[in-house]
Design a protein around this ligand. Structure first.
Ligand code: HEC
Length: 174
């Protein structure tokens, strides 16, 4: 009985302390200061497991190496992603540089993540990070085209990226 009472008191004190912490303003939400390790661990564990769980049933189309799909993906990437994530030979914009968490280099992400996760993130975005949901404005087909382009990033040079830019300009000028 005594043990149960002590447990209840400890839990009540912890809950009160947690609310005092929330109300106090002691935690720094500035995007200039990184999270502490515990907060980072909680956020990353929540995020990684959520993305893995929600994307595992998705099946990538088997035409991700189709050159016209990759080209279509480039035009969307160049318009919507490059400012935050940069590209071969292009650094992030001032907005991209100021965001926290930092928008990662997608050449690394494409090496580490399966296409299904790249698709899920591009379609759904990630809460409280600045990563927008493109599923509100873009069809699944267009998002798969962006994924097809991202799959090329790990081996893409600055010259190849510029060549895509010239190619799509030629098409738009025609
Ligand atoms: C306004 C800035 C912004 C724009 C525009 C943006 N992103 Fe992001 N993106 C982010 C941020 C910030 C993160 C990091 C989120 C995190 O760490 O949880 C991110 C994360 C990602 C990730 C996860 C990468 C990883 O290794 O965890 C992918 C994939 C991604 N973005 C794809 C895209 C694509 C594709 C586009 C364009 C269609 C795009 N993003 C446009 C800000 C942006």
């Amino acid at each position: 009985m005594k043990y149960a009472l002590r447990t209840i008191i400890v839990i009540a004190v912890l809950i009160v302390a947690f609310f005092i912490f929330l109300e106090s303003g002691v935690y720094n939400v500035s995007a200039m200061v990184p999270h502490n390790r515990l907060t980072l661990w909680v956020i990353n564990t929540l995020k990684d497991n959520s993305i893995e769980h929600r994307s595992k049933a998705l099946k990538a189309p088997n035409n991700l190496i189709d050159s016209s799909l990759i080209k279509l993906g480039f035009s969307h990437y160049n318009e919507m992603c490059v400012g935050c994530h940069g590209a071969p030979g292009i650094s992030k914009s001032e907005i991209g540089k100021g965001l926290y968490p930092h928008p990662p280099n997608l050449a690394h992400s494409a090496k580490e993540m399966p296409p299904s996760e790249l698709f899920w993130i591009t379609k759904n975005g990630i809460k409280l990070t600045g990563m927008p949901a493109f599923g509100k404005t873009h069809s699944d087909d267009k998002i798969w085209a962006i994924v097809a382009f991202m799959e090329q990033l790990p081996t893409m040079t600055k010259e190849q990226y510029q060549a895509f830019d010239r190619d799509t300009k030629d098409v738009n000028d025609e």
